[in-house]
Design a binder for this molecule. Structure first.
Ligand SMILES: [Zn+2]
Length: 746
């Protein structure tokens, strides 16, 4: 790279890039490159030249190298500087506030793991889960298990759900609490009729206004230019720290996991965290199934299948609407018999594999209140119960379609159709007994549709659902908020009744606006996809700190939005984001009977993941400090690394928050080197760096005459620190100076 290029590119990228950079939360490609190519080397080099002019004065600070060596070998602290500390405080306080906001939404909606009665030791479920096969059970029990397994092997498909009898399900009675739609457009729960009249609900759920204010706060925090650069550098620090860990420990890790004799990749439990039920089978399976149905009952179905031979499954597996209606829907004229049959076949494969589990998405559209009962009856009557299967409810964002066809008047109708049956069944399970039983296997809600559809923000303040009677679809965040608010109230009631609760796990960040990822950051337990986080470093850092689960499907992304090699999964993984691998849509994207294994296998081959890495994804409870190497095969060493790294980041935030809370900042903040990682980012955008270098001689631009000289010594020890200090001082003095004046300086 030539000298000219090196000096030019930061300022060249300024002209328009910097302005965009500050307005949008996205992180521009050329900024990333600018940081990677120049970074502190560039800064250091420029300032080093200036330092030569002051060489005749003996330096009062230690030189760069010796100071760094000292800090590494003894106490890893850097000298206190009030301006830098103030800058760090501001940023850390904002980041911590974002985390606190999320915590508030999770707590109020009972979405935390510890809130769910299902996660308590006294939780009872019918039929009971099979006994643990490790450590080996007593002899009689072992014999019984063997016998059962023999029966299952004799008729694997028939065995699915064979231990389930609806008559044996306990259906609790009516509860004294009541519920109703409040003025904000979501259901609330009340202890008595009197409470309802006086609008005193069981639990507090934030209103729409509060949600949008909180979302704006997070959006403002993550779009701040310096915050973006700061977060980007901290994420890079996590990358490097991971590489260092691996280089030091890979041998020990291998040795540790080899010591667990009975575990290999195949017999560690794997959960497909994102898969749509209607395409859970592969193409070959579906084809075979349709053919066999045609053979067995040709006269009844010939009519439906006559186009089958021409039907190009490979490119349009569900494009023929009639075939789709017959095979893929749960409420068609044979009551979803075919879909239930093929589901049992797929589930029997899962049960045979023993270690594969799925979380199937099934649709509730919100077109009518009867949808829930139909779906629940389909599951119950077809005995689609398996310990390898859990359900998530996917709600397509199709208000505008229903509105244009006249099925509904306004958005409140959709909310009523979606949630009223859930409040009814929670109040009195005997009013919808099948639904009550089905809901015990439901984990939560997903929100689906094409995220790349443009959303125009036409409102400064969004109207409430009863007033949303426009032709246009509400934005993503509005769907998320109303799902959140209703689920929050419902969950509080379900906790009071000892019923399992639900979480939000929408499709999010596959495409579209950053607002999607921000809304989900506040209201959702986890998300699917999240690939756009790669462009929003500050939000990515927050997702890391909050350990929000991200179900990633690189093979699906590869077909639709992002080529495989550009998928951010390996980077998210090494940084320590809470990711899992999932298939999304095996009918379209996978070829084998074990699509999840296929997904793992491709990832391992392309990205050269070690077997420990692959287990690592599965040992997802590490953030809670739980690891059973006998189950997960993840060495404790690695779990400890992940915990320590996360703890360090969180502790830094909290230290600065605590310092900021002191009314008088009399005591010096003990800054460690670790705190200062990313500080150079404060000097972003590059325009500012450029000006700092040129303004060194221009005493009119600084309030403090001694400052520049002192900074030069600082720069020798840590370039970013001085720039940060300079930025803070500028903030104070700059109020009168316009951007134009800055430009005219040279
Ligand atoms: Zn999906």
């Amino acid at each position: 790279m030539s000298e000219v290029e090196r000096l030019d590119s930061p300022s060249a990228s300024n002209e328009e890039g910097v302005n965009n950079f500050d307005e949008s939360p996205f992180f521009k490609y050329h900024h990333q490159k600018s940081i990677e190519n120049h970074d502190s080397k560039y800064i250091f080099q420029n300032l080093h030249q200036e330092e030569e002019t002051t060489l005749d004065q003996p330096p009062s600070h230690p030189t760069a190298l010796s100071s760094l060596q000292e800090t590494y070998t003894s106490e890893p602290t850097v000298e206190h500087d009030a301006a830098i500390t103030a800058e760090l405080c501001e940023l850390y306080v904002h980041l911590q506030k974002c985390l606190d906001l999320r915590e508030k939404y999770m707590r109020l909606s009972c979405q935390r793991l510890e809130d769910d009665p299902k996660n308590k030791p006294d939780w009872k479920i019918y039929p009971p889960p099979p006994p643990a096969s490790w450590p080996p059970p007593p002899k009689e029990e072992h014999e019984a298990m063997k016998q059962k397994e023999k029966e299952r092997e004799a008729d694997p498909v028939g065995a699915v759900g064979s231990d389930f009898n609806f008559e044996d399900c306990a259906i609790p009675g009516k509860h004294q609490y009541t519920f109703g739609m409040n003025d904000e457009g979501f259901y609330q729960v009340y202890k008595t009729e009197q409470d309802k009249e006086q609008d005193r609900p069981l639990c507090h759920v934030p209103y729409r206004k509060e949600f949008y204010e909180d979302m704006d706060f997070v959006l403002t925090t993550i779009s701040d230019g310096p915050a973006k650069s700061f977060a980007f550098r901290r994420l890079r620090y996590l990358d490097s720290s991971w590489q260092m860990y691996i280089l030091l420990n890979e041998f020990q890790e291998m040795a540790d996991s080899k010591r667990v004799s009975h575990r290999d990749f195949y017999n560690v439990r794997k959960v497909d965290t994102h898969i749509h039920h209607s395409s859970c089978m592969n193409q070959k399976h579906l084809l075979r199934f349709i053919k066999s149905k045609m053979k067995k009952s040709p006269e009844a179905h010939k009519d439906s299948f006559h186009r089958f031979d021409k039907f190009n499954l490979k490119y349009n597996p569900i494009g023929e609407s009639r075939l789709r209606e017959i095979f893929m829907k749960t409420d068609n004229y044979v009551q979803g018999k075919y879909l239930a049959e093929i589901t049992k076949e797929v589930v029997s494969d899962l049960e045979s594999s023993k270690y594969q589990f799925v979380e199937y998405r099934v649709s509730i559209y919100g077109r009518s209140k009867s949808e829930w009962d139909k779906l629940a009856k389909w599951v119950v009557n077809n005995k689609l119960f398996s310990h390898n299967v859990r359900w998530l409810i996917q709600v397509p964002r199709l208000y505008n379609i229903y509105k244009s066809s006249g099925i509904i008047k306004n958005f409140e109708d959709v909310i009523q159709n979606l949630f009223e049956p859930l409040f009814e069944v929670t109040q009195d399970p005997s009013s919808h007994p099948e639904l009550h039983v089905f809901l015990q296997r439901v984990i939560g809600f997903d929100s689906v549709d094409d995220e790349s559809k443009p959303e125009r923000r036409t409102f400064k303040k969004y109207p409430k659902p009863s007033e949303w009677d426009f032709k246009s679809n509400p934005p993503y965040s509005y769907y998320i908020y109303y799902t959140y608010a209703n689920v929050a109230a419902l969950n509080n009631w379900r906790v009071a009744r000892g019923f399992n609760t639900f979480v939000l796990r929408p499709h999010c960040g596959e495409a579209g606006d950053t607002e999607h990822l921000t809304a989900a950051f506040l209201g959702s337990f986890g998300i699917s996809h999240g690939i756009l986080l790669r462009k929003v470093p500050a939000l990515q850092y927050l997702y890391y700190l909050a350990q929000i689960g991200i179900a990633m499907s690189p093979l699906s992304n590869n077909a639709l939005f992002l080529t495989y090699e550009r998928n951010p999964l390996p980077q998210f993984f090494q940084r320590g984001l809470n990711i899992s691998l999932s298939t999304d849509d095996p009918l379209q994207f996978h070829f084998t009977k074990e699509p999840l294994i296929e997904e793992y296998s491709v990832a391992a081959q392309i990205w050269k993941f070690s077997s420990t890495d692959m287990w690592h994804w599965l040992g997802h409870k590490w953030a809670q400090g739980i690891n059973d190497v006998h189950r997960t095969n993840v060495p404790d060493l690695r779990i400890k690394y992940r915990q320590d790294t996360l703890r360090n980041e969180l502790a830094t935030l909290q230290r600065y928050v605590a310092y900021d809370k002191q009314t008088k900042h009399e005591e010096k903040m003990n800054m460690t080197l670790h705190d200062t990682v990313g500080l150079a980012g404060f000097a972003e955008p590059a325009k500012l760096q450029h000006h700092i270098h040129h303004d060194q001689h221009d005493t009119t631009t600084t309030t403090n005459d001694e400052a520049p000289k002192e900074d030069l010594h600082y720069l020798a020890a840590f370039p970013g620190a001085a720039l940060a200090a300079e930025r803070a001082k500028r903030k104070l003095s700059e109020s009168g100076r316009s951007e134009e004046q800055q430009h005219s300086d040279h």
